[in-house]
Design a protein around this ligand. Structure first.
Ligand SMILES: Nc1ncnc2c1ncn2[C@@H]1O[C@H](COP(=O)(O)OP(=O)(O)OP(=O)(O)O)[C@@H](O)[C@H]1O
Length: 340
């Protein structure tokens, strides 16, 4: 494990026919991105070259599940351009058991861990949160008593009203994840509703009490699995403007539905801002100055991730890249972000 607060792992999405613009080093640590303008080498903790879902979980997920079982927070962030494989890495493609992602494998691993430790009583709860345009929604809002409207943050960065149902078996947890995904899909299909360009956070809250030592402390920990929104540049996603783009003042203020282009531009702006704040938080956490300010409250994403980054929390950033030539500029910016 590196000494930086975030361990960085690169994962490529296999392409048919290959590409000549990205070379993954045989040392399992380097990536070289070659375009007409430049050729740049980056180095990371690990480069997963053509890795299966199983290997990705063994490399990233399983050690973090162990960490959480021992009472320490752990986080996986999947970052990358749209279509690079973030959801595939985190959840899988839903088509077959072998291609299931880190989340279902982590649930299985943690419930197995609970069964293997009868000396402890574990209480597990699951939360599923979506952050779209810096607004937060409960993906389990269809459960009885849950809040369907936008959620707010308390002064201590707790998400007020986020449902945290208890899960007592792996099957129950899978059912809730399925419900969260179904709710997200419904929102995406509603007219003018949230698009797929949102951050989704699955959080498993773990409480451990000793059954043999009644004076023993209750240990609390959290596994956070974040499937971040696609990081592509504005021009690429069909929007206009650049990072300094300001949405028209009429946007969402007049009750008139925004045009598709306005919506895409606003989404891209919010995503870029939140990812750049995330980067600033990680850089601040990695800085040598112990008293340096960490701008957790700069966005909803960084506020919610407050206890999931830094401190003694173990965090892995998986930067998903596409190695086909047409995506070379996006791959370059993902690699640059991951290296920073
Ligand atoms: N390592 C991989 N092996 C096989 N198929 C993959 C891999 N990575 C991604 N895919 C496939 O590529 C497609 C796009 O992947 P995915 O939806 O995970 O991208 P994404 O980065 O989450 O995109 P978005 O930002 O739009 O959600 C999917 O059909 C997925 O099954």
């Amino acid at each position: 494990m590196s000494r930086h607060p975030v361990r960085v792992v690169i994962r490529d999405r296999p392409v048919s026919g290959g590409g000549s613009s990205v070379e993954l080093g045989a040392d399992g640590r380097t990536v070289r991105v070659i375009s007409a303008q430049r050729s740049t080498s980056f180095s990371y903790d690990t480069v997963l070259d053509g890795a299966s879902q199983e290997r990705t979980f063994e490399e990233v997920g399983r050690p973090l599940c162990e960490t959480v079982m021992q009472g320490v927070n752990a986080t996986v962030l999947c970052y990358g351009q749209t279509g690079a494989g973030k959801s595939f890495t985190m959840v899988g493609n839903g088509q077959d058991y072998h291609t299931r992602g880190i989340l279902p494998r982590a649930l299985a691993s943690i419930f197995r861990g609970v069964a293997d430790r009868p000396e402890y009583e574990y209480t597990l709860r699951l939360q599923c949160l979506e952050i779209y345009n810096d607004s937060m929604y409960d993906l389990l809002s269809t459960l009885p008593g849950a809040q369907r409207s936008e959620l707010s943050l308390s002064s201590s960065s707790e998400v007020v009203g986020l449902t945290s149902p208890k899960v007592s078996s792996e099957q129950e947890a899978h059912k809730l994840v399925f419900e969260a995904e179904a709710n997200r899909a419904v929102e995406q299909h509603k007219l003018n509703a949230r698009s797929s360009r949102s951050h989704v956070l699955y959080m498993l809250l773990v409480e451990r009490r000793s059954r043999v030592d009644s004076s023993g402390a209750v240990l609390k920990s959290r596994l956070t699995l974040a499937d971040l929104a696609g990081s592509e540049r504005l021009k690429k996603s069909g929007d206009h403007g650049d990072e300094g783009f300001q949405p028209p003042s009429s946007l969402n203020l007049t009750g008139v539905a925004p045009t598709r282009q306005q919506r895409l531009a606003r989404e891209s702006m919010c995503i870029n801002k939140s990812l750049s704040f995330l980067e600033q938080v990680v850089i601040a956490l990695g800085s040598k100055r112990p008293s340096g300010h960490v701008p957790h409250r700069s966005s909803r994403l960084t506020a919610v991730l407050r206890d999931s980054l830094g401190g003694n929390c173990r965090t892995v950033l998986i930067a998903n890249i596409r190695t086909d030539d047409v995506h070379v500029e996006e791959t370059f910016s993902t690699c640059r972000f991951a290296q920073r």
